[in-house]
Design a protein around this ligand. Structure first.
Ligand code: FAD
Length: 321
């Protein structure tokens, strides 16, 4: 018996959200006596990197290195994970809530006849049935969902779980999967990064600017700070509406919803529609010259001041660190 975790990776590195999923599975296994945590990784990635998944609590990683699995072949990923599920005799699959995770989980749920709960924030309550707490309404509320199927898939919300880091390296085992032509009926043949080096929806740190930045010519300081922090850049809706920034950077209810560890909002008032896209952030830092700006109510840290003075100084101080 085991809990299976589907691992996402990019650029030869396992994603942090997948390590969170492994950490969650580790705690779940201890709670429900479901045996060890086995991860499954698909496509090209090094054994050392896979072994490091052990730090989050996986005992073993099954690695299907079939070249065809490296591309965006979601159906094939779902088939491979279903085969790993059978192989390890699991009843539960844990994965990260992400666009890939969602796409794989939906197909996998049909294959293994599992109940699927997405945006999970806590270990299930098993005192009466199997109740899973999930985040809803862009992080504004929680819902308890009863799962009645024997097989279960839990997609874990980003930043909802403390990362375990003290586990021993996992053993890495090669895993042969059997794939049919139908598994490759559709595939993503190429992707083009829209801007910058870090994609906004997946960024761990986001530096975002609002109308308080006065114009596109002032975005250099946002980009400089983002570069220093290794962050993606975002903006408020009016900023993209006026064309100061591209639409795909627009954060909020009608734009991208982000859940970074750190969201830095500069010259953004904090309207409810903007907050709807950022309130799953772990820490929010607000820089605004108006002490009454609503964003301060949602902030963990706030700086009341003129962005044109504060941001360059902050950037210099961070660079000097
Ligand atoms: P403003 O409200 O103009 O605020 C600018 C802020 O900058 C102010 O707080 C000001 O004090 C500060 N400032 C000014 N100068 C400086 C300075 N020198 N230094 C520091 N601070 C300064 N908005 C979104 O962002 N995302 C959405 O998805 C979204 N969806 C919407 C959906 C609907 C249906 C509607 C009706 C609205 C939506 N909006 C959305 C718009 C939202 O209501 C706000 O109008 C918008 O978020 C305001 O953007 P802003 O904070 O950049 O601008």
């Amino acid at each position: 018996m085991a809990i299976l975790v589907y691992i996402e990776h990019a650029g030869g590195k396992v994603k942090k959200t997948s390590l969170e999923a492994v950490s969650f599975a580790n705690a779940l296994a201890a709670k429900t006596n479901e045996g060890e945590v086995v991860a499954v990784a698909l496509g090209a990635i090094g054994d050392d990197e896979l072994a490091s998944v052990g730090s989050a609590g996986a005992a073993k990683v099954l690695h299907a290195s079939d070249d065809r699995l490296s591309a965006g072949v979601i159906q094939a990923h779902a088939s491979a994970v279903a085969q790993a599920f059978e192989k390890v005799g699991a009843k539960t699959v844990v994965l990260a809530k992400s666009s890939l995770g969602d796409a794989v989980a939906a197909r996998l749920a049909i294959k293994i006849k599992a109940g699927l709960v997405s945006n999970v924030v806590e270990l299930p309550d098993t005192s009466s049935g199997y109740q899973v707490k999930r985040s809803i309404y862009t992080g504004k509320a929680f819902a308890m969902t009863a799962v009645e199927t024997e097989n279960k898939i839990l997609a874990i919300k980003k930043n909802a779980v403390d990362l375990k880091t003290d586990g021993a390296p996992a053993s890495v085992e090669s895993f042969e999967v059997s794939l049919a032509d139908s598994d490759f009926a559709s595939k993503i043949t190429s992707t083009e990064q829209a801007t910058g080096e870090i994609l906004l929806p997946e960024a761990d740190i986001v530096v975002s600017g609002g109308r308080g930045m006065k114009g596109p010519e002032n975005w250099g300081m946002i980009e400089d700070l983002a570069k220093t922090l290794g962050a993606a850049t975002g903006c408020s809706k009016p900023v993209s509406d006026i064309g100061w920034r591209p639409h795909h950077e627009h954060v909020g209810q009608t734009g991208v919803k982000v859940a970074p560890t750190l969201y830095v909002a500069i010259g953004i008032s904090g309207a409810i529609q903007h907050l709807a896209g950022v309130n799953s952030s772990k820490y929010i830092v607000v820089i605004n010259k108006d002490p009454e700006a609503p964003f301060f109510k949602a902030a963990d840290y706030g700086i009341v001041g003129d962005a044109f003075e504060v941001v360059p100084k902050l950037n210099e101080a961070l660079k000097a660190e």
